[in-house]
Each structure stands twice: as C-alpha cells, then as structure tokens.
Design a protein around this ligand. Structure first.
Ligand SMILES: Cc1cc2nc3c(=O)[nH]c(=O)nc-3n(C[C@H](O)[C@H](O)[C@H](O)COP(=O)(O)OP(=O)(O)OC[C@H]3O[C@@H](n4cnc5c(N)ncnc54)[C@H](O)[C@@H]3O)c2cc1C
Length: 455
C-alpha cells in the first residue's frame, strides 16, 4: 500500500466556469446529471390491482423487484415512484459498496462470535451483489477498489487498530501497517466496490422493465390502508387507488410523508456532497488513496465523517450530516453546510488552494438506532412489508439484502442459508451498551499501549 501523503504541492485544478453558488436551487446531483436523469417523466396509466406493489424506485425497491422476478419470473409486480427512478439517495450517494455495511457489529464482534460470523457472511454477500449489479448494469461502472479508512489522530488510530483485530476475528482481509514501520496517521485498507449511483438505478430499472415489472413514475403515494390478509389499498396523491395483495414499502427517508398506521421506527438524516472541476495530475497524486492510479475510496475518521473518491478526474466529496434541513429544497445545500464542506475539503487537500466546486447537492437517508435496515412485515399478518432504514451504507445493504425482501413479498422462506443467518443476526441485534463500552475500553487500552515507549 502507498504511504499517506502529508503535504500536497500547489493546486493544479483545471479552471472551469459555473462553480456551485450557495443558495442556488439544485435540481440534480452530479451522478444524475452525468447519467442523464430526466427532471420529469410522463405519468403512466396504472392498473387497479396488483399482486405485489413496491413503493419507491431507489435501489431498495428496484433490486427487490428484480430479485422477485428471479424467484418467480411470472410474478405480477408493479413499482410506483413519486418522481423518476433514482431520484432519491440512490441517485445521489458516494457510490461506495462498503464491505463493513453493518458497523454496529464491529463494536461487538470480538466478544460475540455470531456477530463476527455475520460480518464475514455479509461481506461475501456484498461482493456477490456487486457482481450481480455489474452483470445487470454494465454501464454502472461497478469496480473493485481499495477502501481506505484514514485515521486523523491517535484515538481514531487506536480505534482502527481495534477494528483491525475485529476484522481478523471475522476473517476479513485487510491491510493495517504495524506501528513500527509507519509514522504519522495510518490507514486501514479493505477491498470494496464503487458504482456510478444513478446509472445503476437506471440500469436496474431498465432490466426490471425488461423482465416484466410495471414501473410507473410520477406516481406519488399518499397513504396505504393495511387490510391484513385481505391485502392493502394504496392511494396516490392524485386520488387513484390500487388494491394489492402485498405492498413493499421502499421509500427510505421519504417514508414520514406517507400516511401509515404503523410507520417504521427510523429517523431522517441528511448528507451533502460536492463535485469539483477536473483536477490536475499534482492534486490527483496528492490524494494518495483516491487519486493517482489507485482509484479508491477514502473515509476520513475525524469529527466529521468525510468521504471522497475521484470520478473521471473530478473529486466527488461529501460528509456533513444534519438531522434537519433549515433552508431550501430536497437537493439544496444550505449556505452553512457549504462552508463546512469547503472547510473539510481544504483540510483533505492539506492546505492546497481549493479546486473549483462545480456542483453541490444534498440527499437524505433513513437510519435506525442500530444502523441495520428494517425488512419485515409492518405488524402481525400485515399486508405491508417494510423495506427501509438502510442508512449510510445503503448501497451495499439494499443490493445484498434485496433477496430477503423479495422472499417476503412472495411469502416464501429464504433458501440461502447465509442470508437467513444474516437476517436472524440482524433481528437479534440490539443497541450494544456493553459491547460499546468494551469497544471503548479496547480503544483506550490500545492507545495507552501505543504510547508506551518502545525498547
Ligand atoms: C449524500 C449521500 C451520500 C451517500 N453515500 C453513500 C455511500 O457512498 N455508500 C452507501 O452505502 N450509502 C450511501 N448513502 C446512503 C444510500 O444512498 C441509501 O441508503 C440508499 O440509496 C437507500 O436506497 P433506497 O432505495 O432505500 O432509497 P431512495 O434511493 O431514497 O429511494 C426511495 C424512493 O422512493 C421514492 N418515494 C418517496 N416517497 C414516495 C411516495 N410517496 N410514493 C412513491 N415513491 C416515493 C423517492 O422518490 C425515491 O426515489 C448516501 C446517502 C446520501 C444522501
């Protein structure tokens, strides 16, 4: 692995016109723009009845539709999307398929073999889902890359050392340089995948349509009446209704806008990103893990959760999380957030003059208290299946766990033993107070051990 650069030479960004202006209304993310997402599509005619009705055309809804068709090619599947497929977080994210998609288990796995095993099983399922996505949507640039978790200080370094031991216990390959051979902040490096988010959403939708899924865009749902074993009545904002035997709710952080008798328990988190003008070779070389020849993905572990990658020579950078949007629309970046993003960008570029920022956008995701998704019936004998709460690792989780939602939609058992085990471990995972304390104690112990003078 290359060493982490500590200084960069002067900026070598190529100038472009049209830098992102704070306060300007945003209609697209970078991915949606380069992927050609239409701002609107025509409202489609709808059936009055459906066997399986999926609400939401992001990765969760689209991957579930495809997995249903894989299990039963003749299944009658209708998907309703409020705007256009890939409009939400699935068309706006960083595009990382993280192999550590259930971070909660990292705090417990050293003392909980079931969690260690689940980390391993999930990582394999994510790698398999990446191959699946590559096959279905070659245009989505599914690429094997290095993911670097960069420590920005001694405590985080100690935390990463602890995570490295946890990954050893879970049997996950990774690189963690020994302290003796490395000065300065270290990076824990794992194998991962990146995708082009909007292109993947569009590719999944195209394949779902090809396999006979009816996808209706510009079809926002207002409410869902749960009739239990009699099915559910789905009422659209324009008053149209569809009676469905089963409804798969895949509306992510937009779920609170729907009238539901039993809403899922998750909160809405907003995240913001920007894309720069193409960078020159010096600045690219300075971004050791993301630029140069590695084409990887970097997560900086500091007080913010900064992440970035290089796409077609541009830096795509994000990481400020907020629970409330204080101004603007769904994609807009409030001025204070933009200032924060610039500040973090300057730090990541180690003092080099900032490259032009040509685009900035926001998005929202749905997060549960454990960071694990909610995939299951809304209540006993409910006709509604929740398929939400995929959080900040939702690219990996939606694509790898879609077969669980698909089996529920069809009322079938999950035949894949590894997936069934992951599901059971997820269901048994609670907020790990003891595990978190042990994790913190382990980090502090490592920190003290590393400060001890070496002989
Ligand atoms: C800025 C940002 C960066 C991120 N980066 C990463 C990353 O690098 N890696 C990662 O793993 N995760 C990342 N995430 C999280 C990830 O994008 C999400 O977890 C994932 O895309 C969720 O997919 P989804 O299908 O559940 O939701 P969405 O993609 O939000 O799909 C929900 C869909 O439902 C539709 N909808 C909403 N309401 C209705 C309604 N009433 N009727 C009909 N349709 C409706 C919406 O229009 C939307 O298209 C990021 C998220 C954001 C916001």
């Amino acid at each position: 692995m290359p060493a982490v650069a500590t200084t960069c030479s002067q900026s070598s960004a190529l100038p472009v016109a049209g830098a992102a202006e704070p306060g300007r209304a945003v209609s697209h993310s970078y991915w949606q723009r380069v992927g050609g997402m239409p701002l609107a599509t025509a409202a489609a005619p709808l059936p009055h009845r459906a066997t399986i009705l999926i609400v939401g055309g992001g990765f969760a809804g689209l991957a579930t539709a495809l997995r249903i068709k894989e299990l039963d090619a003749s299944a009658d599947v209708v998907l309703l999307e409020a705007r256009t497929v890939g409009y939400g977080a699935s068309g706006r994210n960083g595009g990382l398929m993280s192999p550590l998609a259930a971070p909660i288990w990292l705090t417990t796995a050293l003392n909980n073999p079931a969690h260690a095993r689940a980390i391993n099983l999930l990582e394999r399922k994510i790698a398999a889902a990446a191959e699946w996505a590559r096959h279905i949507a070659p245009e989505a640039d599914v690429s094997a890359i290095d993911l670097a978790l960069e420590s920005q200080g001694p405590i985080v370094d100690a935390g990463l050392a602890h995570i490295s031991r946890t990954l050893d216990a879970a049997g996950l390959a990774h690189d963690w340089p020994p302290r003796t051979s490395h000065r300065g902040p270290r990076s824990l490096v794992l194998r991962a995948h990146t995708i082009n988010p909007y292109r993947l959403a569009a590719g999944l939708a195209a394949e779902a349509r090809r396999r006979g899924v009816t996808i209706a865009e510009q079809a926002p749902v207002r409410s869902i009446d749960d009739g239990g074993t009699d099915g559910a009545r789905v009422i659209l904002v324009d008053g149209r209704e569809i009676q469905a035997a089963r409804v798969i709710l895949s509306t992510n952080a937009y779920t609170p806008s729907l009238a539901l008798a039993r809403p899922p328990k998750a909160r809405v988190v907003r995240n913001y990103m920007l894309a720069t003008a193409p960078l020159g070779p010096e600045l690219l070389a300075c971004l050791t893990h993301a630029g140069g020849t590695s084409g990887g993905f970097v997560v900086e572990l500091n007080t913010a959760y900064v992440f970035y990658r290089v796409h077609q020579g541009r830096l795509v950078f994000g990481g400020i999380e907020k629970l409330r949007q204080t101004e603007g629309g769904d994609l807009d970046v409030p001025a204070a957030v933009m200032r924060g993003l610039r500040k973090h960008l300057a730090r990541s570029l180690k003092g080099s003059p900032l490259p032009d920022i040509v685009e900035a956008w926001g998005g929202r995701y749905h997060m549960t208290s454990t960071d694990l998704p909610i995939i299951g019936p809304a209540g006993e004998s409910s006709a509604i299946v929740h398929n939400v709460g995929y959080g900040g690792t939702g690219v990996a989780l939606t694509l790898s766990l879609a077969p669980l939602a698909a089996a529920m939609a069809l009322g079938r058992p999950v035949e894949d033993q590894a997936l069934a085990e992951i599901r059971d471990t997820m269901a048994g995972t609670r907020m790990p107070v003891a595990g978190a304390l042990r994790f913190a104690a382990g980090v502090v112990g490592t920190w003290f051990a590393e400060r001890r003078p070496r002989r």
